[in-house]
Design a protein around this ligand. Structure first.
Ligand code: TRP
Ligand code: SF4
Length: 400
């Protein structure tokens, strides 16, 4: 139960581009081999800013899922689902909202930022303010402890940790908690209970994080405890009550920033993208018309790759030899810009070809895509329900 579980979500933006591929999807594809992974379409999140025009969200969801699959996200390894189809997220969001101080939400940095940026929209809504809490519910409902996000989302993960902590603190203390925890320590058995006690003391008295990690690992390996006792002992380590919700960590990856056609970060709002399903001719055309170092007005003028967006693409796509050829040829005017761009075009087309082929196949078989998502939603629901049972019980809402 406390093994690593990865969860990440993406707003439905329709068909994706190379920025999504290099920035997010390649990472997901790697993670799916290393962890239990859950990836979902955050369609309710889209509504927090797009409540006035919800019509396109469904189509954008299907197109985005096709691109996930085409890029190599593997439904036999990762669970793929749609947020709004697992309504338990909404129940947890509601329950958490009862104990979330308004000030915490108002202080989330994206709140003011986004409101200032998206001035054409009225974002003084309840849903928009609560959006980080909805995200917390997304994460906590799966007890996901690893959340791959970009730098900008780190405050949301920190916020989720605080919510989990507050929840556990408020509702994790059952009657007779200390006695039950002590009894559970005994159940660990001679050597293990002694080690647990030692590690717990080291953590609580000396703040030794390594001791905390070791104690958690010890519990992770333990097989003779009930789930309830295990939870008690996880919580007891930190002095609190039972750990009902797990505090997540941000799983920061070396951000591979994909440059767009103008050298800025690739993004739809900059109109500098190459879509994953871009027509190959169009790919060539877009690269060939990219701006280069302005110093190279004529073919005979030498240039500086560091002032050229094409160079940034070589950094993504080219090996050492090719890069050396570019630097040498550019600074000596030995090669022309079109010549320099050709290997980038080829590498991109090579990367896109299998993605586009799979996208075509999935587009022709919408039922396959729907079934993958239906399966994923079902698996997600099972996990979400498990957590909600514990949450309801902890809050005294188990009328059964
Ligand atoms: N907020 C994220 C974004 O806008 C999407 C998201 C929603 C998410 N819930 C999440 C990401 C949970 C990670 C975990 O990009
Ligand atoms: Fe840019 Fe290459 Fe032209 Fe140099 S040769 S300016 S790196 S496109």
């Amino acid at each position: 139960m406390y093994a690593d579980r990865v969860l990440s979500g993406m707003r439905p933006t329709g068909s994706l581009h190379l920025g999504h591929y290099h920035g997010v999807l390649k990472n997901w594809i790697k993670l799916q081999h290393e962890y239990e992974c859950l990836f979902f379409v955050a369609d309710w999140h889209a509504l927090t800013t797009q409540y006035d025009n919800p019509r396109g969200i469904e189509e954008a969801t299907w197109q985005m899922v096709i691109d996930w699959l085409a890029a190599g996200v593997d439904p036999s390894k990762a669970t793929l689902f749609i947020q709004s189809q697992v309504i338990e997220h909404a129940e947890l969001h509601l329950l958490l909202s009862m104990m979330t101080p308004l000030g915490w939400l108002e202080r989330v940095p994206t709140y003011k930022d986004q409101q200032e940026k998206l001035t054409e929209k009225d974002l003084s809504t309840y849903g928009f303010l609560g959006y980080p809490l909805l995200q917390s519910a997304d994460i906590l409902i799966y007890r996901a402890n690893q959340v791959p996000v970009g730098e900008d989302q780190v405050p949301h993960i920190e916020f989720s940790r605080e919510i989990a902590r507050r929840f556990n603190h408020l509702y994790g203390k059952e009657p007779g908690y200390e006695e039950r925890a002590e009894a559970a320590v005994k159940k660990l058995g001679g050597k293990k209970s002694k080690l647990y006690q030692e590690l717990r003391t080291r953590y609580q008295q000396a703040g030794d994080d390594a001791a905390l990690d070791s104690a958690r690992a010890l519990l992770g390996e333990t097989q003779n405890l009930s789930l309830g006792d295990k939870e008690r002992l996880y919580g007891y380590l930190e002095g609190g009550g039972k750990m009902i919700l797990t505090e997540p960590d941000a799983l920061l990856t070396v951000a591979s920033r994909m440059p767009g056609l103008d050298g800025q970060k690739m993004s739809k709002s900059y109109h500098n993208t190459i879509s994953l399903r871009e027509d190959p001719d169009q790919v060539g055309k877009k690269i060939r018309t990219m701006p280069t170092d302005p110093a190279r007005g004529r073919r005979t003028d030498p240039g500086d790759p560091d002032k050229c967006p094409v160079w940034q693409l070589h950094e993504v796509y080219s090996g050492d030899d090719l890069r050396a050829w570019v630097r040498q040829g550019c600074t000596s005017a030995g090669i022309g810009c079109l010549e320099c761009k050709q290997p980038v075009i080829e590498a991109m087309l090579k990367e896109l070809a299998p993605i586009q082929e799979r996208a075509r196949a999935y587009t022709e078989e919408p039922d396959v895509v729907k079934n993958i998502i239906a399966d994923g939603c079902e698996k997600a629901r099972d996990l979400a329900r498990e957590t909600m049972r514990d949450v309801r019980e902890a809050m005294g809402l188990n009328y059964g």
